[in-house]
Design a protein around this ligand. Structure first.
Ligand code: NAP
Length: 282
């Protein structure tokens, strides 16, 4: 298949694009940067230089996967523009949302309404589902070069403590980046349409347990910095609401209909490897 991936140089998009290429598909990946275009080419991914602000050069493909994100004042508008442009191209669209859309509580499955952290994102999900596309809702992603888990490593390296919001008794829904990429591959290759799929590994470590593991791996002896919510909001802005969530999310639907079975069972067991990967990338 011909596949186009926005955000192909990002944490999730890169793993997805590379996994699809390993399956033998022709993959094109969007980037704004000529330097990153070379990295894509080196991974056998055709670079498409461009920006979500001007999707006019994006080409029709069998599958179009949206993983690009620009946090900031244009976050919602750019996402809406990209979704509209991808849907207009006419292939099967896979949209990346997230389990933060459920809010705190659970167990949540794909039929749960929840309390979306970003109500506008639910509208974008609906557009994709109405066009018979697929919506993937990853938990907080760990592994490889790291996403949110990088906050713990950075804090442990710079300040000898991994920062958490509150006391860390809350639990995040999480997924390893390789398992997540495997789900995108299965979804892209399937005949499935108009479905939302959660992507979490079912591990139930508390945030404190995960942050302590990150801190130990980074040489800070398991020390954590428990931030009161107001301080976390000053440091992280709106993202603090996501970091403070306490979630229980079910992803058995992806197992039932796509045979997806996460191989990785949570962040702490291999925290040293994740720290080494994070440090090597920087
Ligand atoms: N990371 C997680 O734990 C997690 C969990 C659940 C859901 N999600 C969702 O997954 C999506 C991807 O997240 P991520 O962590 O992979 O993001 P990321 O690592 O920050 O990657 C962002 C990507 O977007 C591209 N990009 C940024 N601004 C752009 C623009 N104006 N035009 C075109 N491309 C642009 C960047 O490409 P260039 O710089 O090369 O242009 C980069 O490839 C987001 O929607 C996020 O909310 C993430």
């Amino acid at each position: 298949m011909n596949i186009f991936v926005t955000g192909a140089t990002g944490y999730i998009g890169r793993a997805v694009a590379e996994a699809l290429r390993r399956r033998g598909h022709r993959v094109a990946g969007l980037t704004r940067s000529t330097a990153k275009a070379k990295l894509l080419a080196s991974a056998e991914i055709e670079p498409v230089l461009g920006d979500m602000r001007d999707p006019s050069a994006w080409k029709k493909s069998d599958v179009l996967i949206h993983c690009a994100v620009e946090y900031g004042t244009d976050y919602e508008a750019l996402d809406r523009k990209a979704v509209g442009a991808l849907l207009a191209l006419g292939g099967k669209v896979l949209y990346t949302s997230g389990v933060w859309q459920y809010g705190s509580g659970g167990p949540f499955d794909e039929s749960s309404a929840g309390k979306p952290l970003m109500p506008w994102r639910s509208e974008h999900e609906k557009l994709v589902l109405a066009a018979k596309g697929l919506v993937i809702c990853p938990g907080c992603v760990y592994g490889g070069t790291g996403g949110l888990t990088g906050l713990w490593f950075q804090g442990a390296v710079d300040h000898k403590a991994a920062p958490i919001v509150g006391e860390g008794a809350n639990r995040w829904a999480v997924v390893h980046v390789s398992d997540l990429a495997d789900l995108y591959v299965r979804a892209a290759e399937s005949a499935l349409s108009g479905e939302l799929l959660n992507a979490v590994d079912g591990s139930r470590f508390t945030v404190r347990e995960m942050a302590e593991a990150a801190s130990r791996a980074a040489g800070a002896g398991g020390a954590v910095e428990a931030l009161p919510f107001a301080d976390a909001e000053k440091r992280y802005g709106g993202m603090a609401h996501g970091l403070a969530l306490d979630q229980n999310v079910d992803a058995s639907k992806a197992g039932r209909i796509l045979g997806w079975a996460p191989r990785f069972k949570g962040f702490p067991p291999d925290a040293e490897l994740y720290f080494a990967a994070w440090r090597a990338f920087r």
